[in-house]
Design a binder for this molecule. Structure first.
Ligand code: KG4
Ligand code: ZN
Length: 354
């Protein structure tokens, strides 16, 4: 079964064709970074307009690369939650139009669930169950995945997402957007022990995250408010040291919480997903931790960690197979953060709609 997937939840316009949930026939991503970088973050209106302009050509490219026509597809899948409302609407409207014209079923996908699923598209995919840390610009959560479509929520950020913290601190350090790769690059020249930033763990048993404290700590540090106490002038501290120290603190928390989830559930398979999972220091530290604790670790390549539509088309196969098909009345749910457990698209969704 060939499925066309569409994702416009944030600032990437993506389309992909995936066969039987596992074989990626094409995956095309058009980044809007150039449009947003001068603002230091995503401007929602610019984002929606850019999706309107590029989505149809991107869908065409995905079909061409896969060597298939619209009429030879069996399903259309689209991200309808969570994300920027205007951006999601563009993807959902185009998906509905395509499904209507080609008389194909429509399958709605939760973007976070798609990130959890993405590792299943690796050459050596993880079996089930697995613990998944999803860390991106909009989400930071831990899940216990029991199947392609069953994800038990274990914990989430109570404030900023990890990627959002990277982006904000990069702006503070006058680095480019998106901040994650810029901080990683800068950090390579810095000392990760130069400054001790707080690691907020929210109590011994919590699997939730909080990144607002570290953000404020870096802000005050840069403003020089604690410069006197440390006997140093903040301006003398290399920005590379701040970047490296910030990154180290973030990685400490992400690794610690993931290991807590392993201990809590007894599940020894660990998967990373979302843009922050591209971070090489996080990957290195997760590898070390996995080696020590004899965990099976799955680190998807960057193309599967960052936003893409292959993860959407892939997961849709399993939802379709379970009868989870949606109609043309499908709406967007911009703030539906948690993945659905058990897979259902009724009461649970309403419960978790904030
Ligand atoms: O998953 P993604 O492409 O989009 C969302 O769903 O948000 O993730 C984008 C986020 C951005 O915040 C970006 O700064 C972060 O992932 N990111 C990184 C790295 N590459 C991307 N964060 C840390 N280190 C990286 N190398
Ligand atoms: Zn994402």
């Amino acid at each position: 079964m060939r499925i066309l997937g569409i994702d416009t939840s944030c600032d990437d316009t993506s389309a992909a064709v995936v066969e039987d949930g596992v074989r990626v026939l094409s995956s095309v991503v058009s980044s809007q970074v150039d449009l947003h970088s001068r603002f230091g973050g995503i401007v929602p209106e610019i984002c929606s307009r850019a999706h309107v302009q590029s989505l149809i050509p991107i869908v065409d490219q995905a079909l061409q690369k896969a060597g298939v026509s619209l009429s030879s597809l069996e399903t259309i899948a689209v991200t309808n939650a969570p994300g920027l409302v205007g951006a999601l609407l563009v993807g959902v409207s185009v998906a509905k139009a395509l499904a209507f014209c080609a008389r194909l079923p429509l399958v709605a996908i939760n973007h976070v669930e798609a990130h959890i699923f993405a590792a299943r598209l690796m050459d050596n995919p993880p079996g089930f169950p697995y613990i998944c840390l999803v860390a991106s610009g909009g989400h930071t959560s831990l899940y216990l995945s029991r199947s392609e479509i069953e994800h038990e929520h274990l914990g989430s950020t109570t404030d900023d997402a990890a990627g959002e913290a990277f982006d904000k601190i990069a702006a503070l350090l006058k680095l480019s957007y998106p901040g994650g790769p810029a901080i990683e690059k800068k950090a390579r020249k810095g000392n990760p022990s130069a400054v001790h930033f707080p690691r907020t763990l929210l109590g011994k048993n919590s699997l939730d995250f909080s990144f607002s404290g570290i953000k404020t700590a870096v802000l005050y540090f840069m403003k020089g408010q604690d410069g006197e106490k440390r006997g140093k002038n903040v301006r003398d501290i290399q920005r590379a040291d701040v970047a490296a120290s910030f990154q180290e603190a973030m990685v400490d928390v992400l690794v610690d919480k993931t290991l807590r989830a392993v201990r809590r559930t007894g599940v020894k398979r660990v998967v990373l997903g979302g843009g922050v999972a591209c971070n090489s220091r996080l990957r290195e530290r997760m590898r070390e931790a996995a080696r020590k604790r004899k965990l099976a670790l799955y680190l998807p390549p960057p193309g599967l960690c960052l936003d893409n539509a292959a993860m959407v088309a892939g997961q849709a196969f399993y939802r379709y197979r379970s009868g989870l098909v949606d109609g043309l009345t499908l709406d967007v749910l911009p703030r539906l953060v948690r993945a659905r457990v058990p897979p259902s698209r009724n009461e649970k969704e309403i419960d978790e709609y904030e």
